[in-house]
Ligand binder design. Structure first.
Ligand SMILES: Nc1ncnc2c1ncn2[C@@H]1O[C@H](COP(=O)(O)OP(=O)(O)OP(=O)(O)O)[C@@H](O)[C@H]1O
Ligand SMILES: [Mg+2]
Length: 329
């Protein structure tokens, strides 16, 4: 059961079936007594990820995202279920798996704190036995793409968070892993650093075909990078699909912003309802699934329409509602 099966190229690179992780926590009650409680961090989790995909993995605090990633890297052993990454059972064959995956935990560096980045990278070259030419080529490319040149000789502890994160991402990729797990890689970064990291990840996924599983609380990361998103809450998968589907969940609404030729009382029209008026501008909410065309036609027919635009529902609002519903049920 521990042997690595030869894996046809067509099968999923990551496979989870009925995965659960239960933590047993013991708490002291009073001076002598202890209670034993179980935390079901992940329950009956099943999904697959194909080679080359870039998948967003989102959910509220404590949902089970980091626990999932730790099981996928072999750091944690699942309490139940089947798990395969590149045909390998992570917790049993952690060393073999390590050559095939890269991981970035945004909250904690995997670099050597007192060493300059260059030396950390050099150590990784030896640990992973990266051929010298390949190593040089990769390092040059990452240094260029992530603008690391001036930072290579600075000890990690002196780097800013954004600089350190770029170092961590490089460290995770030097050995050309097939899979990259990112657990909050943009946490705490400023807008410029976030944009650079996103651009880089897009390049790694599209250019190298690296499969990416991305956990984040910044939904802009997801919107800009992932065509597929999985939502986890209370350890259970709540949604797995494309971003549009996520938008249309929970009968969300779109907004038609109408500029009239003059300020007028709230527009009265079938299929839309005015939610805000500001001078000649009015905001009408209408069902996200409905076409805007009849609504626009009806307004143009009866009101002096100067201009209009449509606002998609903010993904944050859709997800906030999902979380609220998940918690309530
Ligand atoms: N080692 C552990 N021992 C006991 N409970 C744990 C342990 N690790 C995680 N948990 C619990 O498991 C649940 C899931 O935690 P996890 O870290 O996977 O959440 P997360 O989705 O990554 O959250 P966040 O967005 O805050 O990072 C939480 O209730 C957490 O308290
Ligand atoms: Mg986490």
């Amino acid at each position: 059961m521990t042997t690595t099966q030869p894996h046809p190229k067509t099968s999923p690179l990551i496979e989870l079936s009925g995965i659960a992780k239960t933590f047993v926590v013991r708490r002291r009650v009073g001076r002598l007594r202890r209670t034993r409680a179980e935390v079901h961090a992940v329950s009956d989790l099943s999904f697959t990820v194909s080679r080359g995909e870039m998948v967003g993995y989102i959910g509220p605090n404590g949902a089970g995202k980091s626990t999932t990633i730790k099981m996928l890297t072999g750091i944690l052993v699942p309490s139940a279920g089947l798990l395969r990454v590149a045909g390998i059972e992570p917790s049993r064959e952690r060393i073999q798996l390590a050559r095939r995956i890269g991981v970035v935990f945004g909250q904690r560096t995997t670099l050597w704190w007192d060493l300059p980045l260059r030396d950390s990278f050099g150590l990784l070259r030896r640990i992973y036995k990266i051929p010298p030419a390949r190593y040089r080529e990769n390092l040059d490319r990452f240094v260029d793409l992530l603008d690391l040149g001036p930072l290579l000789d600075v000890p990690v502890r002196q780097l800013s968070l954004g600089q350190r994160m770029r170092g961590d991402i490089t460290a995770a990729l030097l050995h050309d892993p097939e899979v990259l797990y990112l657990d909050e890689p943009t946490i705490g970064l400023d807008i410029v650093s976030k944009a650079r990291v996103r651009e880089f990840l897009r390049e790694v996924n599209a250019g190298q075909g690296t499969t990416v599983l991305l956990t984040t609380h910044d939904l802009t990361d997801i919107e800009q990078l992932c065509s597929r998103v999985m939502v986890i809450d209370h350890g259970r998968l709540m949604y797995d699909g494309d971003l549009d589907g996520l938008h249309s969940l929970g009968d969300s609404e779109r907004t038609l912003v109408v500029d009239l030729a003059e300020p007028l009382p709230a527009i009265e029209v079938d299929g839309g309802r005015v939610v805000r008026v500001d001078g000649p501008r009015q905001w009408l909410a209408f069902p996200a699934a409905a076409s805007a065309a009849p609504l626009v036609a009806a307004i143009a027919d009866r009101y002096p329409l100067a201009d209009l635009s449509i606002q998609e529902p903010a993904i944050e609002a859709v997800i906030a509602r999902m979380y609220a519903e998940g918690v309530a049920s």
